[in-house]
Write a protein that binds this ligand. Structure first.
Ligand SMILES: Cc1cc2nc3c(=O)[nH]c(=O)nc-3n(C[C@H](O)[C@H](O)[C@H](O)COP(=O)(O)OP(=O)(O)OC[C@H]3O[C@@H](n4cnc5c(N)ncnc54)[C@H](O)[C@@H]3O)c2cc1C
Length: 463
């Protein structure tokens, strides 16, 4: 039996980052993983999807080469190579985590971990051998998987989840994507750009439903322009996989509609990995599919902590990492502030990209704020025009009374890199006037942030 200061169960962006920070803080640390190091994010989420999306974007640029005065003839895709490139990027990232574990002297324990009372973890290796380890602190970071709807049971062939969607052997001719959160939307963009006929079915009235309504509407327009069929306020009631393809029965405002496709991607959210990891045996409390934790990620049982997708809070890689760092810093006795879940950026990497932080206009009004709203379209930006990227805008929302930056919403090329400005400014409690007086470089897409803020205060220059 090995003894550690910290054992982390699961090596996603929550787990492996936690382990590194724990090691930096001087803890003897181990990490338990049943698959590849890096979790969903590096192997099946953030990174392989971004590799696929890059291929799609390059393909689109090549197809539109003449827009830039260039000739690119005989442009075609090789679906298999696109998939292989994405897998190789993911493998490389996972190997990178192996290196980081070694560099930080973290013991990697391969196998399936189960929590035991008395601050122990039992790990079953591939050969069936079980070994018990103990630690002063055990951090659960077992993540989540694709959620299944009873009306949409995944069979891995015709009804698939995200893992299969990024490893399909053959490109489908027709695909129905159920759910228009970031995952559904990114795959819809990817497959459409690669030449698949795509229909997105969303239960709520808008696609990317967590975003500001103006952004949702703009994305819907862009997607429709690129040939993606969008069905909002629509519900999949059942599917029929008995024929050659799959029939999808959809209830809409206007009645029933039947869609035919080769493949249906179910992208209706995630289900936490809380089963069969010993939570009940140890007595760790859960509620609505999540492990309950306090501001410092302590569970109800001393010595056991939980972070990442397996806990409440936005299911995002950067949230999982931030939670893990905060959790071990607190264990080390550092004075840490609880995470501000109201200042977490969210990004969708389709084209145009979507990025946001803080309150939407609707939420700000519902919360009783008197607001100032500013908007700057990329069609008025010199950099966007030069780049052939004038689709989209930056929208900012300020509290009229004290000037607090309540929300920032962007849609356009490269906005997922631009949103960090609003995150930092909000963290520093910056007011609109301070943003206005911070000179932005010209020509950049980021000038649109300054101009949107100027618009909120009736000082916009280029509109
Ligand atoms: C298609 C897709 C795209 C995404 N894109 C983005 C994005 O662009 N940006 C973003 O911020 N987020 C994105 N996400 C979400 C992001 O991947 C997750 O929020 C993040 O991976 C959560 O990290 P985690 O450490 O909590 O868990 P995970 O990454 O799920 O890792 C959990 C790990 O624990 C292991 N594990 C589970 N149980 C056990 C056990 N009993 N024993 C041993 N090991 C175990 C698992 O094998 C896994 O490796 C995406 C997700 C998907 C599915």
């Amino acid at each position: 039996m090995g003894n550690f200061d910290v054992i982390v169960l699961g090596s996603g962006p929550g787990g492996y980052v936690t382990a590194i920070r724990a090691s930096q803080l001087g803890f003897k640390t181990a990490i338990v993983e049943k698959e590849s190091l890096g979790g969903v994010c590096l192997n099946w989420g953030c990174i392989p999807t971004k590799a696929l999306l890059k291929s799609a974007q390059v393909f689109e640029y090549l197809k539109h080469a003449s827009d830039y005065g260039l000739k690119a003839e005989g442009v075609d895709k090789d679906f298999d190579s696109v998939i292989k490139r994405s897998r190789s990027v993911a493998d490389g990232m996972s190997k990178g985590v192996q290196f980081l574990m070694k560099k930080n002297k973290i013991e990697v324990i391969n196998g399936y971990g189960t929590l035991k009372p008395g601050k122990k973890v039992s790990v079953k290796a591939e050969d069936g051998k079980e070994t018990e380890y103990s630690a002063s602190h055990i951090i659960i970071a077992t993540g989540a998987r694709s959620r299944e709807l009873p009306s949409l049971p995944q069979d891995g062939q015709k009804i698939i989840g995200y893992r299969k969607a990024m490893t399909l052997e053959n490109q489908p001719k027709k695909m129905v994507v159920v759910g228009s959160g970031a995952i559904g939307i990114e795959f819809a963009y990817f497959y459409n750009a690669m030449g698949t006929e795509v229909t997105v079915v969303e239960f709520l009235p808008n696609i990317v439903p967590v975003e500001d309504e103006d952004v949702s509407k703009q994305l819907e327009r862009s997607f429709k322009k690129s040939g993606i069929k969008i069905m909002t306020s629509s519900e999949v009631t059942k599917v029929d996989t008995s024929g050659e393809g799959v029939k999808v029965f959809v209830k809409t405002n206007k009645g029933e509609e039947t869609l035919e496709a080769d493949v249906v991607l179910s992208a209706v959210g995630i289900k936490s990995n809380i089963e069969n990891i010993g939570l009940e045996e140890v007595g760790i409390a859960t509620d609505r599919d999540k492990i309950m934790v306090n501001d410092y990620y302590q569970t109800n049982i001393p010595g056991y902590y939980a972070i990442g997708d397996v806990t409440p809070g936005q299911a995002l890689a950067h949230v999982a990492s931030a939670e893990g760092i905060l959790c071990v810093e607190k264990i080390a006795g550092m004075h840490v502030e609880p995470l501000d879940y109201g200042n977490i950026p969210g990004c969708t990497y389709c084209m145009p990209e979507v990025a946001s932080v803080g309150l939407t206009e609707k939420q700000a009004k519902e919360q009783g704020y008197e607001i100032k709203v500013g908007k700057f379209p990329f069609s008025a930006s010199g950099k966007a025009k030069a780049a052939g990227a004038s689709d989209g805008f930056v929208k900012v929302i300020f509290d009229a009374k004290y000037g607090e930056w309540l929300g920032c919403h962007m849609i356009g090329v490269g906005v997922t890199d631009m949103i960090a400005e609003a995150v930092v400014a909000r963290k520093l409690e910056t007011t609109g006037h301070e943003v206005l007086k911070a000179v932005h470089p010209h020509p950049t897409m980021s000038e649109a942030v300054m101009e949107a803020v100027a618009d909120a205060y009736d000082e916009v220059i280029h509109l």
